[in-house]
Write a protein that binds this ligand. Sequence first.
Ligand code: UTP
Length: 444
Amino acid sequence: MDIIETLNAAGQQDLAAHLETLSGDARKLLERDILSQDWEELKALYAEKSSASKADNVSADLKPMPFRIAEDNLKYDYWKEIGEMLLGKGKVAAFLVAGGQGSRLGFDGPKGMFDIGLPSHKSLFQLQAERLQNLATRVGHPIPWCIMTSPLNHEATVNFFTEHNFFGMDRDNIRFFEQGTICALTPDGKAVLDGDRLALVPDGNGGCFRALAQSGSLAWLVEKGIEYVFLYSVDNALCRICDPAFIGALADNGMMASASKVVHKANAQERVGIFAFQNNKPGVVEYSDLPEEYRDMTNPDGSLVFDGGNLAIHLFKVSALRKLQTGKLPWHTARKTVCGIENCFKFEQFLFDAFPQLGTMLPFGVIREEEFSPVKNAEGTDSPKTARTMIGKLHREWLVKAHVEVKPGKLYEVSPTISYAGEGLSRRVFERELGRNILEFEDA
Ligand code: UTP
């Protein structure tokens, strides 16, 4: 079938007609866009999603997933040791999914470049790079870092790292690659045009498994002997990247294909996905898909039944990533304005849909104040201000535990170059580093 026949068969006669009006480079570029898409799949997706309701995304057999706070487990220190040993043997890599558009934050650029307003003015990328470096130095082995971008932010991301000399990390140990894209459709199922090109949008963070494999990065990791991949989002200002205890816990649970960090939900309305079993398989239900009767369901003591919030911090065995590179994740739909057309269909895949496919997942409970401060919105909840305050309070806590006499009312920023998760601090270190790697500030 030629390109025009393919489009006609998929109900895209308008696009076929537009292509026929073009010539030269403009035609070639649009043809390239068209050939990058699976038109049969788009047709089927439109047919399915234009008639689906919210409840269709959730099975009737939905059960909560119990979890415990890992730090309370007697094995916690043992897990930490195993994790450090695995990191020290070069068995662990970090994988950042940073292809999102960050539309809620409204920052014009990749979210990782964003300065949340700490006294150091470090970007999210720099905070992550320094945590990784600190850990790598401590365990005595470099930690490979895969960074997934999208065609919309790839160049800006790579340029930012280059301008900052890769934050002192070895360039050869970092791999940038782009995720795939999918065409947005109008409310009546026609491909959206952006000028003479297709309106292609990133295919969701679930595109990460395909992109990791297709970019050659999975093979790169395998060649390095990596066995565990720590997968995380760009916007959690408190993320303990490659947390040794988390790695050790999965290593200690040989049967599990993956592990995920879980927090108690702040309240029923909190906009995080929840971990649950659907048809006895572990997975995550997005907050927008969770019917209110489940969302608000409480236990006799008043606590939420569906309480396990998803922080988007996961750990996969490489064998699981191999399986997922060919597996098909379901598509989710958002209705958004695209190129001035209201209520368009934007399709995306979510990485947490990997869990039902893998069949096993270890929930690893963590304390929100220590590990979860997403920067999603410009103001209000989950904003740069809340992240700044949470970092300031946590680092103040670290100093108090190290017997430092902190000033009342002050918050502190401890550079990840001197402490990954509160270790290595003392009064002497405080006196030496105050004004350099420890900065004092106020909650504005
Ligand atoms: P979010 O769901 O918060 O989306 O992404 P976002 O695009 O960053 O922000 P909004 O919704 O437009 O405001 C969670 C993580 O998944 C990544 C993001 O970069 C973030 O790290 N992501 C999201 C991708 O890598 N690719 C995508 O297509 C979407």
